[in-house]
Design a protein. Sequence first.
Length: 269
Amino acid sequence: MAKKIHLFVIDPQNDFMDIPGATLPVTGANADMDRVADLIRRSGHRFDDIHVTMDSHRMIDVGHAAMWEDAQGKNPNPFTLISAQDIENGVWVPRDSSRRQYMIDYAHALEAGGKYQIMVWPTHCLIGTPGWCVQERLMIALQEWEHKEFANVDYVTKGSNPWTEHYGGLEAEVPDPNDPTTGLNTGLIRVLQTVDTVLLCGEALSHCVMATVNQVMANIGDVSKLVILTDCASPVGAVPGGPDFPAMAKQWLRDVQKQGVRLMKSTDF
């Protein structure tokens, strides 16, 4: 019996590409997605399904500067970290003052997870903008695959709730009990549990790819079916005076490989 193979592409959107006009470019991302497009054209007949997550934000978002201001009413610069203590001390507060306690509680919950503090990113992947769209060569390859295989790509949107980060494709960092779209995507998990091999790729390796793979690993059971395409994902660059995201991504790849996840180049598939 032929093995059931799914391709899982995480946030392959223009705002993450190192191309003109991108608001949060990841070095190497455009070439990464070109390689994913080549993989689909070369081996797409072997894929039973393709899942594509779409980071889908609004202008007012916990990870955008437009949400926050200091005592002088100035918005933070991109790559500013905001802690619960910062909000409590009035260093940075939500522009809607009625949301201050909510955001304090949220920041504490986020930090309790041990992975993140609130990060102010350049405004990116605004719904309906060119930056929100899938990288051009990959989009063409996906459409060709749909036509040839008589199938529809499974597009999974995330990040539309402005009050919680949603790095991973399966669940927000702090789910909102009043918003089912932020909770665990049990339907997608059930689908992935039926698959023999899941090829994972996308942007950025240090954030949304890492978060998505971690969520899949925590819920899928057999992690040996997971394959990360290492030439189809790149990390966010190191922040001066801040996190070294490339080093973090390299260490994470070593860690998940020890747990049974396979690493492979797309050209070797």
